[in-house]
Design a protein around this ligand. Structure first.
Ligand code: ATP
Ligand code: MG
Length: 740
């Protein structure tokens, strides 16, 4: 079907044809035929790279032209950025996109002025809880990667969010985009959607298994020359030699780094990247300069060991990617790979979902993954298909290949049967657990969506869980949850279900009611405790919203000593050797990590002491900041004298700095290290900095940051012809940080 034949306004047709898309892909055509453009709900369960986004786009654009507003829900921040970047192209059509992944207790009313809002499911849930006024104006909801309903961590939130939105806006059009799964029909019925299924893919994706020098694809065999020390390098070169790029999925961060290091060393030589002694005439010189510049940008992001290791790989044209990296590092690497500077990227499965990457060959190094309960277990077929599907994306590669690696004939046969020739599993709702229901029941009672048990059971009956199973199965756990909420003064169960003020507060803070209970219990103990930073940090580490660090063998002895020394600072520590003690120690370990962070320990020291990456420090700090903010709010509500102290810690966690730096650290671009330098040089507040000469500041924090700082403070800084800077003292009024 040609774009010109579709029932959409001409402006939209023009937009697509100008961008080179003149014909719909077959699954897109099926969606249109199924009523996509007449407002029908659609579930598209079609292969990777088959243009699911455009199915959603057509419905969204049509709706916006008719005055509508669209919400695009994604599972991951990386995907949110990719989709946001794409939807910004609609500015040409005078449509504005916005992305929201930030704080979980704000309404973000500014988003109401956008036509398309991209958000994670958690963010969407929190916007609903906080009563964002524009939610009622939504006309089209897109649920991307909707098969993640099956995920125990993320699924329930997506499911509840969709069920609520459908109840709140009964006329809304739902577009759900899914991988091909066994029970798509069931999901479609739940969503009251027309099901679009297809096996069609625009670019051929050959799936195969490698064994001793050859890849066995479904209908062909491809020999891979053995030129290097290991099979992975052979497999990578086989693709690089013909001009493609490779994405390698590893089962652990450590393996991802090790592969990137090995590949970077070999790659550097064979791509003709000259050593520093060679002349600028050598063939790989220009490429090498570009890689060096990217590596230097990586180094600019932080002074940690892992950053140096990453930069080293980048110089050789390889890189690794995992959650231990800072988000700005991940972005540099993703862009470097997209721009064909990084030829091979070795990653944990974080890159598996939905992203468009120029990977001609995806190599799945290990199909097993560590599970804390079962040890190494094979990954689900669905996940394998998602990884494989990163290869062969339209407009990026002429074909794609995915390769599993086997060690024997038997294993090869198993892999072909289990993965290559297999279909993805059915998906099941994970809503039926106490922890999922606890948080969502409080939320639906607090926001007035249900007023009594019958309405609650009725609502649960409209979830995917309710569609797949009888809701009476939930009755016992619902009773337990209500009992818990009542006991903690979050809900009143009398003549219907009613939220308390505290219940409403906890809902808006977006924390697990169990976390609220832990915080309230902690508050009751504080009178008997020597309250320090450690006290409140350990308290939040004791909540189920915090994921404590694992204990390693060499942690026990220092943690034991530490706990002894600080015993009077903890809220209700369990007795040593009790069953809870081990858990408590991991909470203390996490609290110490946060304490180091706010005491300005060097990032490199923290990462090596706790054996984590800088990205992990930020992730822990982000969670801690949110939980400490919640603690401050709950303390304040309960009239605790420690509310102010908790509030102060929120800021310290956010910046990773001591209290004395707070007056100056809010200057954008300063950061904890430079703020400390300024403070030690006597600049203890904004006024002292504002009064200073550019040159004096530049000597401490460098000319670029000094100029930027003064500009933020309303001081003009003019570059002088002789390279010096002068300040006129006149305010520009542009980037004032007046609220400081
Ligand atoms: N009709 C079309 N003609 C040409 N290119 C198209 C068409 N529709 C989509 N594309 C291109 O196909 C690429 C892949 O599309 P998209 O990201 O939507 O895939 P997907 O189905 O969502 O895959 P995944 O399951 O991996 O998320 C995009 O770069 C898009 O521009
Ligand atoms: Mg997609």
């Amino acid at each position: 079907m040609k774009i010109s034949e579709i029932d959409i306004p001409d402006a939209i047709k023009g937009f697509y044809t100008e961008s080179g898309i003149s014909e719909l892909y077959p699954p897109q055509e099926k969606a249109v035929e199924a009523g996509l453009l007449e407002g029908r709900n659609i579930l598209a369960a079609v292969p990777t790279a088959s243009g699911k986004t455009m199915i959603a786009e057509m419905a969204m654009l049509k709706s916006i032209i008719n005055g509508g507003k669209c919400l695009y829900i994604v599972p991951l921040r990386a995907l949110a950025s990719e989709k946001y970047a794409r939807f910004r192209e609609f500015e040409e059509l005078n449509m504005q996109a916005g992305v929201s992944t930030g704080d979980l207790d704000s309404r973000d009313e500014w988003l109401g002025r956008r036509d398309i809002i991209v958000a994670t499911s958690e963010k969407t849930d929190s916007l609903i809880r906080n009563g964002a006024s524009w939610i009622k104006d939504i006309t089209v909801i897109v649920a991307d990667e909707v098969h993640l309903l099956d995920s125990p961590d993320r699924g329930p939130t997506l499911e509840i969010t969709l069920a609520r939105l459908m109840q709140m806006n009964p006329d809304v059009q739902i577009i759900a985009l899914s991988a091909t799964v066994g029970n798509a029909q069931e999901m479609a019925q739940w969503l009251d959607a027309a099901l679009v299924e297809s096996k069609w893919r625009p670019i051929d994706l050959l799936e195969g298994v490698f064994l001793s020098g050859a890849i066995k694809f479904q209908n062909s065999l491809r020999t891979v020359e053995h030129k290097y020390k290991d099979e992975l390098t052979d497999l990578v070169y086989d693709t690089l030699d013909e001009g493609g790029q490779c994405l390698v999925f590893e089962s652990s961060r450590r393996n991802a780094e090790a592969s990137a290091r090995r590949l970077g060393q070999t790659l550097g030589k064979s791509l003709g990247i000259p050593g520093s002694s060679e002349s600028s005439e050598s063939p790989g010189h220009e490429y090498s300069v570009e890689l060096d510049s990217l590596a230097n940008r990586v180094l600019d992001t932080g002074e940690t060991e892992i950053t140096r290791r990453l930069a080293q790989c980048v110089r050789g044209g390889a890189a690794f990617h995992h959650a231990g990296l800072l988000s700005e590092q991940r972005k540099l690497i993703e862009d470097g790979f997209r721009n064909n500077l990084i030829k091979v990227l070795s990653s944990t499965p974080t890159l598996a979902a939905g992203l468009n990457m120029p990977a001609r060959r995806v190599i799945i190094k290990s199909y097993r993954r560590y599970d804390p309960n079962y040890g190494m277990v094979p990954i689900p077929v669905l996940e394998y298909k998602q990884m494989a599907g990163r290869a062969g994306r339209p407009g990026l590669d002429p074909y794609g290949e995915s390769v599993l690696i086997s060690k024997s004939d038997e294993e090869m046969e198993v892999l072909i049967e289990q993965y290559v020739n297999n279909n993805a599993e059915d998906i099941y709702s994970k809503l039926g657990t106490e922890s999922a229901l606890r948080t969502h029941i409080l939320s639906i009672v607090s926001t007035g969506l249900v007023k009594n048990r019958e309405e609650l059971m009725d609502f649960l009956g409209r979830t995917f869980f309710g569609y797949q199973q009888d809701t009476w199965k939930l009755a016992a756990v619902v009773d337990e949850v209500i009992e818990f909420l009542v006991a903690n003064n979050l809900v009143i169960d009398s003549d219907g279900l009613h939220p308390t003020e505290l219940g409403e507060l906890v809902t808006k803070l977006y924390i697990d009611p169990m976390s609220a209970s832990t915080i309230m219990e902690g508050k009751r103990h504080l009178g008997r405790v020597n309250v320090t930073e450690l006290t409140l940090l350990q308290l939040i580490c004791n909540t189920p919203n915090m994921r404590p660090l694992y204990l390693r063998n060499n942690d026990y002895s220092w943690l034991d000593d530490y706990v002894q020394q600080h015993n009077d600072e903890f809220v209700a520590p369990p007795p040593p050797h009790s069953s809870e003690y081990e858990w408590f120690m991991s909470e203390v370990k996490t609290a110490v990590l946060l304490l180091e962070w706010i005491s300005e320990s060097k990032e490199d020291d923290i990462t090596s002491r706790f054996n984590i990456g800088p990205g992990d420090i930020r992730a822990q700090a982000d969670t801690a900041q949110w939980l400490m903010h919640s603690t401050a709010r709950i303390f304040s509500y309960l009239g605790s004298e420690h509310a102010g102290f908790a509030e102060e810690l929120v800021e310290r966690i956010s910046y990773g700095a001591a209290k004395e730096l707070l007056p100056i650290i809010k200057i954008k671009g300063i950061g904890r290290v430079r703020a400390r330098k300024l403070y030690n040089a006597g600049y203890k507040d904004i006024e002292a900095i504002r009064k200073e000469k550019f040159k004096a500041l530049a000597d401490i924090i460098g000319p670029k940051i000094a100029a930027n700082t003064l500009r933020q403070l309303g001081i003009d800084v003019e570059p002088e012809p002789n390279g010096d800077h002068d300040q006129t003292g006149k305010g520009t009024g542009q980037q004032n940080i007046i609220d400081f």
